[in-house]
Design a protein around this ligand. Structure first.
Ligand SMILES: Nc1ncnc2c1ncn2[C@@H]1O[C@H](COP(=O)(O)OP(=O)(O)OP(=O)(O)O)[C@@H](O)[C@H]1O
Length: 842
């Protein structure tokens, strides 16, 4: 029997039981003779509740983290009979198979695997192509690393590729009923896979395609019995449309609510547990009432013994269910936490680079860290409120049954508490916004100071930073004080109403008992007081929830400020993936940075052949780095066209473009890890030999071999144990390891000492072999050997040509050249050329 079946049965059982037993409680109270019946009822409810919760808990543990329902394990066992089967001759049933988008997917050499090992990967790639996504086999292999990828890994890959995917268990008949023409991925035993491409409902067979078979092979007709031998129901459904809309959905309360709602089964079980606990918690109250009313009056020891036994049993069940409910809440919190973390990082990685450049790292990290408040709200207050609602819904009718007047007063007291809190909500929200901003400022100052500690220390800026920190702390302290003062008011004002629900009820109840014709029994009064307190507390919590929602909203707006930006997801997952040769052309390209008035590039046009070594020169701010940024797709809102091998850059898949480029900047970040890890940079399929080859080409081999542990030497964050030249050569090796067709060196040698620079320059020609290279440098001596040099000035092209021609004909270039080589002039003459007119062309 499945967990799902059991849970459904549990719900029906429990609801039925409650419907029967709740009125019985009332009857029991009224007659005072139903204790044995009640005891049996509680035992039954408790038993069913505990078993249900534990069962649900197991289900939760079994689920994968990433996918919504990725609990279908990778199977082991015999492989698919598909390949051995005869094709489905004449399969022209009512639901004929749809055409596959391509041949059996061609995987990169490192992605091929053998036979069944890559069947799931091949099937996933076929489906992606069907939905118009052209996946990169290398990337697919890096994400789906195992030979027999699990459903969770496949779902993660589909989502990353911009598709909606869901792992689910289906049976043969459900598959037959699906009307969609899109192929469905069946995960067969032994890591194998099959694609459902059609159905012949007249014959009652599915038309399956082997993902590794050539496209011209017809699909195989498979009946239920045969499929069952290799398939236990593990299925992946993939869709195109919903993916992008969900991934791009704003990061707001709606999205989070959907995320929580995605855990319906846990929520349901928590609710069941809460209802059961509430019912069990009414029991002691009823028992006390009975004790006071019956046992004492009639000195009935038998009833007392029975009551004690029932109370002990109820207590044990309450403990068990409370434990199970807590476990469920912990699991829920962990799952939400993990999902939020994954979603946030995923979104963050798809934001464009220029967004990170425009905003301070400290501010960004602080704002993103605010998500913990949202998480706490979702898994803390919101959950307890969820539980409270169950309690109030169950207890209120009981209270009204016991004494309507008293119940009304409790409700009115709770209403007054809500009104008081609601009145303070506006000012509290405004104060919260100020507090969050002040905390953000303080957090940014701290993070910035840590990031910039080198500069702070070397420029002796400690006291300036300390003064700023003091200011931020004082500002926050002041606001915290104001917040404390403000929030103190509602807390004090609600006290009389809170107290009323406990002590006031007793007094009023006694008064009613004395003055009414139908006096409330002593037991009833005490029982009412105990239950009244249990209702008032949750009602007050409900009111306080309003305040917490405000706080969560504020925190969410901080996170949303970072994450709700236009992402590059579409460009990263869609577009052409051509094989590059390396021809580059700029056609009338004009580009302006956001917030600036003057264009950084102004009608730039030039073209170079594949394999060209292109130098970019010009004064500071002339637009050299901007050209490389456009080439890397960092900035895409330019006019004109940038083309690679004649294809407009904006039509090329961004991930593919960046993977095809090697880039070395002036300051390169090396990750914590060994030298080898840094050169390989986590790229799958690359070996130690590749790392050695790249290091040799980058001129890094000799210093690596001199390091204490060679390629295994550990590099700290920020690589303080390497010199600038060593760091740059490692960065070059890292860029060269994928053998890029385009290599960009942007001021890669500018900060190096002459010896390190000479070392790298000496290798330039070797590095350039077989690829197009774009080198930005202020030192013209590094560019003498370039095939072409592009001279820029104030965002315009001044000239393009080899060094010897430029020295002759380009005044700007000649001026820069002479400035830099004056000291080497054998005649010792200065300024043989007149100062150039910078607007002059050619
Ligand atoms: N992120 C940015 N935001 C706004 N303006 C920018 C940005 N980056 C560069 N600029 C401006 O664009 C122009 C071209 O800058 P770019 O960095 O391309 O010049 P460069 O020739 O590489 O200069 P340098 O040799 O000093 O690195 C400059 O005027 C610069 O101020």
């Amino acid at each position: 029997m499945t967990a799902g079946f059991f849970s459904s049965a549990l719900n029906i059982f429990l609801l039925t039981t409650m419907v029967i037993f709740i009125p019985m409680f009332g009857l029991g109270v009224a007659s005072g003779v139903t204790e044995p019946l009640l005891a049996l009822g509680y035992i039954f409810i408790g038993a069913v509740g505990v078993q249900g919760l534990l069962d649900a808990g197991d289900g939760v543990f079994a689920k994968g983290w990433r996918s919504g329902n990725a609990n279908a394990p990778a199977q082991q066992g015999p492989s698919s009979p598909l390949r051995a089967s005869a094709p489905a001759a004449g399969t022209t049933g009512p639901d004929a198979p749809q055409a596959m988008p391509d041949e059996a997917p061609k995987l990169a050499p490192d992605a091929s695997g053998t036979g069944e090992a890559s069947a799931r990967l091949a099937a996933a790639m076929t489906i992606a192509r069907y939905h118009g996504i052209d996946p990169d086999p290398r990337e697919a292999r890096s994400v789906i690393a195992e030979d027999s990828p699990s459903p969770a890994a496949l779902v993660a890959w589909f989502r990353r590729s911009g598709l909606w995917a869901h792992s689910i268990r289906l049976n043969f008949h459900q598959l037959m009923k699906i009307d969609s023409a899109a192929p469905i991925l069946l995960l067969l035993s032994g890591g194998d896979a099959a694609l459902v491409v059609g159905r012949d409902r007249d014959r009652g067979v599915l038309l399956l395609r082997d993902p590794l078979a050539p496209a011209f092979e017809p699909p195989v007709a498979v009946a239920e019995l045969r499929l069952k031998q290799v398939w236990d129901g593990a299925t992946l459904l993939v869709r195109a449309s919903r993916a992008s809309s969900e991934d791009e959905a704003p990061f707001d309360l709606g999205l989070l609510t959907r995320l929580v709602w995605g855990e319906k089964s846990i929520l349901r079980d928590v609710m069941i547990g809460s209802v059961t606990i509430t019912i069990l918690s009414i029991l002691p109250v009823l028992m006390i009432m009975t004790t006071l009313n019956t046992v004492i009056m009639y000195r009935s020891f038998n009833t007392l013994t029975l009551i004690i036994i029932v109370l002990v049993i109820a207590l044990v069940f309450e403990m068990l269910i409370t434990w199970a409910r807590r476990m469920l809440l912990v699991i829920l919190a962990c799952r939400l936490d993990t999902r939020l973390n994954l979603a946030i990082f995923d979104r963050l990685m798809t934001l464009p680079i220029d967004f990170f450049e425009r905003n301070q790292a400290g501010e960004l990290s602080y704002k993103i860290a605010q998500f913990y408040r949202v998480r706490d709200f979702l898994t803390g207050r919101m959950m307890t409120t969820f539980i409270d609602i169950a309690m109030v819904a169950l207890l209120l009718p009981v209270l009204f049954y016991m004494e309507a007047t008293l119940a009304w007063t409790v409700l009115i007291a709770a209403g007054c508490i809500t009104a008081i809190i609601a009145a303070f909500l506006g000012p509290l929200a405004r104060m919260t916004a100020k507090l969050v901003q002040a905390e953000s400022n303080k957090g940014s100052t701290l993070v910035e100071s840590i990031y910039g500690i080198r500069t702070i220390k070397s420029l002796c800026l400690e006291s300036t930073r300390a003064a700023e920190w003091d200011r931020r702390v004082a500002e926050l302290g002041e606001l915290n004080l104001q917040m404390g003062k403000l929030s103190n008011w509602p807390m004090v004002l609600v006290m009389p109403f809170e107290k009323y629900t406990v002590a006031g009820v007793l007094a009023l109840g006694a008064f009613i008992a004395l003055s009414s014709d139908n006096p409330l029994s002593l037991g009833g009064l005490i029982g009412f007081m105990m239950l009244g307190g249990r209702v008032a507390g949750p009602l007050v919590n409900l009111a306080r929830l309003l305040q917490d929602v405000q706080e969560a909203r504020q925190a969410l707006s901080q996170v949303g400020w970072v994450l709700n930006r236009p992402t590059e997801r579409r460009a990263l997952t869609q577009g052409l993936r051509p094989k590059f040769h390396g021809a580059i052309s700029f056609e009338d390209v004009t580009f302006k940075y956001e917030g600036t008035k003057v264009p950084a590039l102004d009608k730039i046009s030039f073209a170079i052949e594949p394999g060209t070594m292109l130098g970019l020169v010009g004064r500071s701010g002339s637009g050299k780095s901007t050209i490389t940024r456009l080439l890397m797709g960092i900035n895409r809102d330019y006019s004109g066209a940038v083309k690679i091998d004649g294809t407009d850059l904006r039509e090329i898949n961004l991930r593919h473009l960046r993977q095809s480029f090697g880039v070395v900047l002036q300051d390169n970040f090396l990750f914590r890890g060994t030298v080898k890890d840094n050169i390989l940079a986590g790229r799958p399929g690359l070996t130690f030999e590749d790392a050695v080859r790249a290091a040799r080409l980058a001129g890094a081999e000799e210093f690596i071999e001199r390091l204490p542990q060679g390629y295994e030497t550990w590099i700290q964050e920020g690589s303080p144990n390497l010199s600038g030249g060593q760091r740059q050569r490692l960065a070059i090796a890292r860029a060269l390891i994928v053998d890029p067709k385009l290599l960009i060196l942007d001021e890669a040698t500018s900060s190096l000492d002459p010896e390190s620079e000479a070392l790298i320059n000496a290798n330039l020609q070797r590095m350039a072999a077989g690829r197009t290279m774009v080198i930005v440098s202020h030192r013209l001596s590094s560019l003498v050997d370039c095939d072409q040099t592009l001279v820029l000035d104030r965002g315009k092209v001044v000239d393009l040509g080899p060094h010897h021609e430029l020295v002759e004909r380009c005044a700007v270039y000649r001026h820069l050249w002479l400035q830099q080589t004056r000291h080497t002039d054998p005649q010792g003459k200065t300024h043989v050329a007149p100062a150039p007119n910078f607007t002059q062309r050619g």
